[in-house]
Design a protein around this ligand. Sequence first.
Ligand SMILES: [Zn+2]
Length: 326
Amino acid sequence: MSRKYVVGVDLGGTKIATGLGNMEGDLLAVRIIPTQASLGVDGVIERIHSTIYDVLEKAGADIDELYGIGICSPGPVNPKTGMIALAPNLGWENVPLVQLIAKEFPVPVFLENDANAAALGELWFGAGRGVENLLYITVSTGIGGGIVLGGKIYRGRNFMAGEIGHAIFDANSPVQCGCGQYGCIETLASGTAIARIARERIQSGEESMIRSMVDNLDEVDVRIIAQAEEKGDKLAKDVLDNAVRNLGLFIASLLNILDVDRVIIGGGVSKLGSRLFDGINDVIVKNMADIPAKNTPIVPSQTGDNVGILGAIGLVFESIGYSRVG
Ligand SMILES: [Zn+2]
């Protein structure tokens, strides 16, 4: 039986999303179920297995027709040993995930962290098609990233390359990041940070219509700030201007280091659309002066809700050395 399919599993704290794709990257079947992390490692592994059987059955595919199974999970993971080192949202520590999946399915199984997988998803099926070197940035509750060089993820010595959210952007910042450092870009420009900054400024007495748009300031998020800006709110505009400027300068620094073909931005904050992308482009063009990398395209991610599944499938393509999507 010829091999013609790939399975991608997006393992998260709340849901398991599994898809079966062909070698052109078409998703032929998808199954999404709650993770139910409270069931523990064995219970969750069984649930992953069931989704794989489900997509195989839905698409009328046989295990013998699989090239492999890719899995992505929030980091840190060790792609070499197939271990999840730590997954707080699952309550897991040192779980040999690849081994546990391969026990049930006798095909090659690969593991990668979600941001690196998303970069591969964009490379193979999204906004990164046609280039070999790209930087993927996700701006959501945190800031993460993946670096693709020569068509492959650059993983680094400790598999931590691309963890751009913890690059220190403001050494004098009083804000401590979850990682322990002060002034990480994540504390200045992530969705969580943008909301926190707006909230703090309102709490310190600054005028803003945001106050009347929510019952409780805890509800403030980037979407609400953007709505307030559209209605002419000065504080909202200033908060977003600062975040866009910080992100633009940060990306300019990364372009100075990496000089990639394309920068792709995904995650919830990327839904700001042209407000974000035009703003970032302006900042980069203005600040990089005569550096040619200022013209690098900065584009939105294209893999949408299936980013994890497509990333995990791209991981299999990368791992088996598949060279071309049709
Ligand atoms: Zn940090």
